[in-house]
Design a protein around this ligand. Sequence first.
Ligand code: FES
Ligand code: FES
Length: 159
Amino acid sequence: VIVARDVTLVVNGAPRALRCEPRETLLQVLRARCGLIGPKYGCGIGYCGACTVIVDGRLAHSCCLLAVTLDGSTVTTVEGLAESGRLSPAQSALVREGAIQCGYCTPGIAVTLHGLLAEQPQPTPEEARAHLVGNICRCTGFASIVRAAVAAGEEEGGP
Ligand code: FES
Ligand code: FES
């Protein structure tokens, strides 16, 4: 017997009351119920990072989290990174550095770089590469993404 449960989340600052089946992932709930299609389905097994979001302040692969386990959590998706209509430093740097080709991985990478900058405001290229280990981009070769991470840090904190 599948028993749906009530789950309350705060998603990008807005409270959401959702009735979720035990098998529904956070990614499914965000995309299908919340209309947030920034997080992408890539592998579904926690490998590619296309679905990366922030849950209670920590980066997470939303394809691997069951929504019913997250009652009371705060979730930020790529749609929640911009403030007052301005792209976040990570988003702006990705655009400036041209670190986007097909764009499928980009929402997850923007969220991951946002998390990196919160922990390490001026990352080195090595730190950026290490932090991106859970995100796969098949297009860019990562050089431009790493440049964006370093540039975002320099812009925020000053060299
Ligand atoms: Fe979640 Fe690949 S879709 S890690
Ligand atoms: Fe195509 Fe990263 S830009 S997968």
